[in-house]
Structures are given as structure tokens and as C-alpha cells.
Design a protein around this ligand. Structure first.
Ligand code: GLY
Ligand code: MN
Length: 479
């Protein structure tokens, strides 16, 4: 945990932000629910516990079955949890009291978990607004529905409290939380660098383990062992595949074959639950073919350009578009597309090759705060999300400010089914050279991803040792 003053300060800032949303006496309460254990096969065999990220940000306590109420009118804070009984002590050992847990993070009042509904019912009876974040886990959805008297769908819907009598999750609270979590504090940047170091170590171990004939799974095991031995685990299910054209391929059952491209997209979650997310694409035999190298170099150049353009004052949407233009330029030099670059960018042709966004926020979640709503997290109020393939998947479009922490992850993929669909529906408006493209149907995909902190005067890559990215350096590191 961070020092308790960090949590106290964050909650005070949240209180101030929420004070701007309504006059005193009309603000109501903010209700936070931490995660509970989730049974895997049966109750006593649960998945590894992962606390809710917004809970971690404001309350730090990393254990199940906690809740809190902040009275937005008088600032009073209450932690809800249960003191352990002898039955729990037998199985879990002695545990600190609820009051001492509350004191650990600077909360004055505590009460049993079961009394949460008394406070919620009282607030409802008094007609006070109850602000809460949209839940992800089913338990929290049902718990919030029970506490507020709303349905499961209503508690997941985010809208301003003035709408529909406030019978939904609070857009005001969501926006206040996003405004704070989006800009990383120094103590968080240290954690993100730590997660970065761990992620880079994972990738180095993986690269050294690549060998013709072994199973992809063997590399995954060695790589994940790195973070399991030092951190909490992986920050998302590992992608390690010779079918990189399948963007989120979590199947690792193939043997490493010569002449293929191996996409490794993996990151660590450190013990403070901060994430890293790196992707490298390796030639399985240690050397790129000419055809692979040509495409690889385009992606590599896009990665470098994205980093160069990532700085305060620039909208990340424009970084995505600049990388798309460079990508199309490279593909045009290989005669895979033909035409005016700006017209191709406008027509969204890059989406055929990179049907995902250039990057996303990273923090306590690898796609930070996606649970709070992608558009509210990643788009400024004056930005509208595109419906084009690729650009429409951009999770971070905002104008960058110091403290934003993002991934830059350009990629080129040859997805036969998508190419055939575009061809038959003439989506490409004549820009795509399908005859040449057919020769790439068995190519696979390439993605290259680094994690980047926006600083006062530019940006810096995070993690101490950038993974080899230029093709010569990659080959040398595999020699
Ligand atoms: N690295 C996985 C993703 O960003 O979706
Ligand atoms: Mn990513």
C-alpha cells in the first residue's frame, strides 16, 4: 500500500470535485464496493483475488468484502467490513480489526458489512442521491442493485444524476474518478516503471526461450514464471502466437515452426497492481525473411513515429492518424495499396491492415478504467468516436497532458477473411491491390508495443531496458 496520506488526499480531492456538482445539502453519498472472492469450481476454491481498481485507488485495502460510503455533504467516511470469527482465524490466521484497517487508510468510522444497507436505505428514504461507479463483477452488480433498489441494467448504466431521478450509476462520479486516475502521480509512475521492468524481463526470458520444435506453451510458462516469482502475475491473458493476425489469440498449443513470425503481447501486474503491456514480434528462426522484414520495418517506423509525436498538447487521435498515414505510405511502396495518402487515411484504408487503435491508457488496469466507459475515459468532450474500422477501436483519443501513461502499439495484420470481405463489398474504394495482397494470406501479423509516459516536455519510454525493436537488433538478440 501507499502511505495513508495518499489515500486521504485522493478522497479529499474527490470530495472537492463532487462538491462542484451540486450545492451543499444536495450532494448525497458516494458508495464504493470492493470485490469479493469469486468461486472457480466451488466456494472454497476461488479464483486468485483481484481487488477493484478504483477501490484500490481510493482505499488501498487489498482484500475481499469491503465497502465504503463517503458523505458528500459533510465529508464523513465509513468503512464497512466484518471482523473475523474464530472459524476464519482457523483457516486464515489472525486478522487486523476493521477499525485498524480503517485507520490504516485514514478513515475514522467503521461498521459491519451487513449495516451497509441501513445507510443506503436511510439515504434513499431521505431522497439523497447515491453516487456509485458502474460495476463489472456480477456480485457487485447484484449488491448495488439490492442496496439501491434498482435493476441490474440500471446500476450498469452511466448518466448524469439529474436524469431519470438518478436511478443509475453516476456520470459525475465517473468523470471525477477518471480525471484523477488518468493523470498518474509520481508514486504511481514508480509502480508503472516497476511493472515495466518486470514486463521487459518477461519478454527477454521469452525471446531467449524461442526454439524450433518446442510448444508455444513452454515459452508462455517460462515467461509468466518471471512475473509470478516477483509480482502479482500477468496484467492480461498472454498472447503468444504464430498466428498474430488473430489479434487476441490466447491459444498456445502450436509447435514453433521455422520461418514464422511469433507475436508476443504480454505484460506484468506488479504487487501494487500496476500494469505493463509490451508486444514484440520475433522471427522464429532468428532471422527475418525479406518479405517479413519489409512489413516489420513499416510497423517499427510507425512505433518510432508514434513515440516521437507523443507529447503534451497533441491529441492522441492525431498520433493514430499520423501512424496510419506512415503505414499506408509503407504499404504503398510495396504496391499493396495505391493512391493519394490523405485520401486513403480519410477513407480508413489503414483499418484493413490495423483494425485496432494505436494505443490505450495503462494504469491499475492494462486498459485503464475501461470499466468506467471507454468514451468517458479516452475522449475529450469535444471529440467524437469514429465508426471506421481501426480508428473506431481507438481507446485513447484525448489531447495529451503530462502524466498520461499510454501504450503505442501499431500493427499490420493480413486477415484473409477481412480482406475477402472488403474485396467483395468494395470497401476499399479502389485503393487496395488485392492481386498482390493475396500473396500475404499466410503472412500472419506484426505488432510492436511500448509503454510511454507523457512528460512536461515530451515523453519517455517506461521500464528500464527497451526491448530490441529495430530488425537488426532483434536478430542480434536472438543470435
Ligand atoms: N495487449 C493487449 C491489448 O492491448 O489489448
Ligand atoms: Mn496493449
Amino acid at each position: 500500500m501507499f502511505d495513508k496520506n495518499i489515500y486521504i488526499r485522493r478522497r479529499r480531492t474527490l470530495l472537492e470535485k463532487m462538491a462542484e456538482t451540486a450545492p451543499e445539502g444536495k450532494r448525497g453519498i458516494a458508495l464504493f464496493i470492493g470485490n469479493v472472492e469469486a468461486a472457480a469450481q466451488y466456494k472454497n476454491n476461488a479464483y486468485k483475488f483481484r481487488q477493484d481498481s478504483s477501490w484500490l485507488y481510493y482505499f488501498g485495502l487489498d482484500e475481499p468484502r469491503l465497502a465504503a460510503i463517503i458523505d458528500l455533504d459533510n465529508g464523513e467516511e465509513t468503512l464497512f467490513a466484518d471482523d473475523v470469527e474464530i472459524e476464519d482465524i482457523i483457516w486464515m490466521g489472525p486478522q487486523p480489526s476493521v477499525a485498524s484497517k480503517a485507520a490504516e487508510v485514514g478513515i475514522a468510522n467503521s461498521a459491519s458489512y451487513g449495516t451497509l444497507n441501513i445507510l443506503a436505505t436511510k439515504a434513499l428514504a431521505q431522497g439523497r442521491p447515491i453516487h456509485f461507479l458502474p460495476p463489472t463483477r456480477y456480485y457487485n452488480t447484484m449488491k448495488l442493485a439490492a442496496l439501491t433498489g434498482l435493476g441490474n441494467e440500471a446500476v450498469s448504466k452511466v448518466a448524469p444524476m439529474a436524469a431519470e431521478g438518478g436511478r443509475h450509476a453516476s456520470e459525475e462520479l465517473v468523470k471525477a474518478v477518471i480525471s484523477m486516475r488518468l493523470v498518474k502521480e509520481d508514486c504511481e509512475i514508480k509502480q508503472l516503471d516497476d511493472a515495466g521492468a518486470l514486463g521487459q524481463e518477461m519478454h527477454t526470458v521469452a525471446r531467449n526461450a524461442v526454439k524450433i520444435g518446442i510448444l508455444e506453451q513452454e515459452i508462455v510458462g517460462k515467461m509468466e514464471g518471471v512475473t509470478l516469482s516477483k509480482g502479482w502475475g500477468v496484467s492480461f491473458p498472454t498472447i503468444l502466437t504464430q498466428h498474430g493476425e488473430i489479434l487476441h489469440n490466447h491459444v498456445h498449443d502450436k509447435r514453433i515452426e521455422p520461418g514464422k513470425l511469433l507475436v508476443i503481447d504480454a505484460g506484468a501486474e506488479n504487487n501494487m497492481h500496476y500494469a505493463s503491456d509490451f508486444t514484440r514480434t520475433l522471427p522464429t528462426g532468428g532471422k527475418f525473411t525479406q518479405k517479413q522484414r519489409e512489413i516489420y520495418q513499416i510497423v517499427c517506423d510507425c512505433n518510432e513515429l508514434a513515440f516521437k509525436l507523443t507529447k503534451p498538447g497533441v491529441a492522441y487521435r492525431d498520433v493514430h492518424l499520423a501512424a496510419a498515414k506512415l503505414m499506408l505510405d509503407g504499404l504503398r511502396s510495396l504496391d499493396l495499396v495505391r493512391g493519394d495518402l490523405d485520401n486513403m487515411v480519410d477513407a480508413g484504408i489503414a483499418g484493413l491492415f490495423q483494425p485496432h487503435g494505436l494505443g490505450h491508457n495503462i494504469g491499475l488496469d492494462v486498459h485503464d478504467m475501461e470499466d468506467l466507459g471507454e468514451d468517458l475515459v479516452g475522449y475529450d468532450p469535444d471529440q467524437k468516436r469514429s465508426d471506421q474500422l481501426g480508428l473506431g477501436s481507438l481507446r485513447m483519443a484525448r489531447k495529451l497532458v503530462p502524466g498520461h501513461f499510454i501504450s503505442n502499439e501499431p500493427g499490420i495484420y493480413f486477415i484473409p477473411a477481412l480482406i475477402e470481405k472488403w474485396k467483395s463489398e468494395k470497401t476499399d474504394k479502389g485503393f487496395v491491390n488485392y492481386q498482390k495482397l493475396e500473396r500475404y494470406y499466410d503472412f500472419g501479423g506484426i505488432r510492436l508495443e511500448d509503454d510511454v509516459l507523457v512528460t512536461e516536455d515530451g515523453a519517455r519510454l517506461t521500464g528500464p531496458n527497451r526491448l530490441p525493436i529495430q530488425p537488426d537488433d532483434v536478430e542480434m538478440s536472438m543470435a
